[in-house]
Design a protein around this ligand. Structure first.
Ligand SMILES: [Zn+2]
Length: 338
C-alpha cells in the first residue's frame, strides 16, 4: 500500500451519516489519520484525545464512536479526537495489526530527528495536538495482554496525578524514552491511558467512561483528593538480539527463551521471589535484557537462572506482559517495577 505520510483528514462535528451505523463501517470509511473536532461555542478550552496509534488497540476508537453516535453534549470544552494508524487498523482482519508489516510503530517515532515517512506522520500528529493549545491530552491504548486499566506518565506533578486519578487506580511514572506521543514537549498534562487488554470486555467501558468524565469537564486545580498509586521506575524485559521465543507450560528444551503460558495472569498481581517465569537454553540470562531508565542491563538483579529455569530473584510487579509473540519480540516481553 502506498501511503501519503503528509496527509491528515479533518472532520468537524460529524453527522450520523458520516459516523455510519457502527464503528467498523466508520473505520472503513476513513483512509488515513483523521482529526475529529467537536466544538462548543461557549468555550475556548480544548481537550485532545488520541487513539489507534496502535492499529490493534481499538477500545479508544470504539468508545469514541459510541460517544459521538449518542450525541452526548460536553460541558464548556471543545474536543479534538485524533485517530492515528487508520491503515494498520483497517487492514484485514480489522484491528489485528499494531502497525503494517512494512511499517514502523508510530508510537516510537515522536521527538525524532528523522522527518520522513512515519516520523513525518508523528510530526503532523504532534502538530495537530498542539494546534488547539489543549488543556490536557489523553492517549488511549490497550495493553497487548489481558490487564486491568492503568495510566502512564513521564511527569509526576499534581496535575498529572490528578488527571490520572479520574480514570484508574495506578499510574506508572516512566522516564524511559521510546519516542512515544506522551513524551512530546507541551505545556499541559499528557497521559497514556492503557484501558486494559483489547479482548477484555471492560476495556471499552474504561475508554467510554474516560470520554464521559472528560466531557463533564475535569478540574485539575481542585484540592479534592482522589487516590492514585504511583509506580516508579518501570523496566523493559526484552529478548537479546536474535534470540528465539516460545511459550509453554514446561521445559521443552527449546532454544532461546520459553515464557510460561499464563504470563498475562501476572499483570493482575505481584510476582514473588522464587516464581518460575520460564525456561532458558544453556546461555541462561544472556538470552534476556532488562533495561532500567538509564538503559543499563540489570537482568542479574531481578532474575536468576537455575536448572534451565528463569526465576524471579525478588518480589516485583509485572505490567503489559503479552503472549503475542510478534509484540513480545519486536517491543518487549513485559515491564517490571520493583
Ligand atoms: Zn499501544
Amino acid at each position: 500500500m502506498e501511503i501519503d505520510f503528509s496527509e491528515i483528514c479533518y472532520l468537524k462535528n460529524p453527522s450520523s451519516n458520516t459516523l455510519k451505523a457502527d464503528y467498523r463501517q466508520f473505520l472503513l470509511s476513513l483512509y488515513g489519520p483523521t482529526v475529529i473536532d467537536i466544538t462548543n461555542k461557549e468555550s475556548d478550552d480544548w481537550y485532545v484525545i488520541t487513539t489507534l496509534l496502535h492499529g490493534n488497540e481499538p477500545s479508544g476508537f470504539i468508545a469514541l464512536h459510541q460517544w459521538l453516535s449518542q450525541k452526548k453534549k460536553q460541558n464548556h470544552i471543545n474536543f479534538r479526537f485524533i485517530i492515528c494508524s487508520v491503515e494498520a487498523a483497517n487492514s484485514t482482519p480489522l484491528f489485528s495489526k499494531r502497525f503494517l508489516n512494512e511499517g514502523l510503530d508510530i508510537n516510537r517515532c515522536f521527538n525524532h530527528v528523522e522527518t520522513s515517512g512515519y516520523y513525518l506522520r508523528a510530526n503532523i500528529i504532534e502538530h495537530a495536538v498542539k494546534a488547539v493549545n489543549p488543556k490536557l491530552v489523553i492517549d488511549m491504548h490497550n495493553t497487548s495482554g489481558s490487564s486491568p486499566a492503568f495510566c502512564v506518565s513521564a511527569h509526576m506533578d499534581k496535575q498529572h496525578l490528578k488527571l490520572a486519578s479520574f480514570f484508574c487506580e495506578n499510574l506508572i511514572l516512566s522516564h524511559i524514552t521510546l519516542g512515544a506521543l506522551m513524551e512530546i514537549n507541551i505545556d499541559c498534562p499528557v497521559i497514556t491511558l492503557e484501558c486494559g487488554g483489547c479482548n477484555d470486555i471492560q476495556a471499552n467501558q474504561v475508554a467510554f467512561e474516560a470520554i464521559t468524565t472528560l466531557a463533564n469537564g475535569v478540574d485539575l486545580t481542585s484540592s479534592h483528593k482522589q487516590t492514585i498509586k504511583v509506580i516508579h521506575h518501570p523496566m523493559r524485559l526484552q529478548l537479546a538480539k536474535d534470540v528465539s521465543l516460545a511459550f509453554g507450560v514446561e521445559d521443552q528444551g527449546n532454544d532461546g527463551v520459553t515464557i510460561i503460558s499464563n504470563i498475562e495472569q501476572f499483570n493482575y498481581g505481584k510476582c514473588h521471589a522464587g516464581q518460575i517465569l520460564g525456561w532458558l537454553d544453556s546461555d541462561g540470562l544472556k538470552n534476556l535484557v532488562l533495561l532500567d531508565e538509564y538503559k543499563q542491563n540489570v537482568i542479574d538483579d531481578y532474575f536468576y537462572f537455575e536448572d534451565s529455569r528463569l526465576i524471579a530473584a525478588c518480589d516485583f510487579q509485572i505490567f503489559m506482559a503479552t503472549r503475542q509473540s510478534q509484540i513480545a519480540k519486536s517491543d518487549c516481553l513485559l515491564y517490571i517495577t520493583a
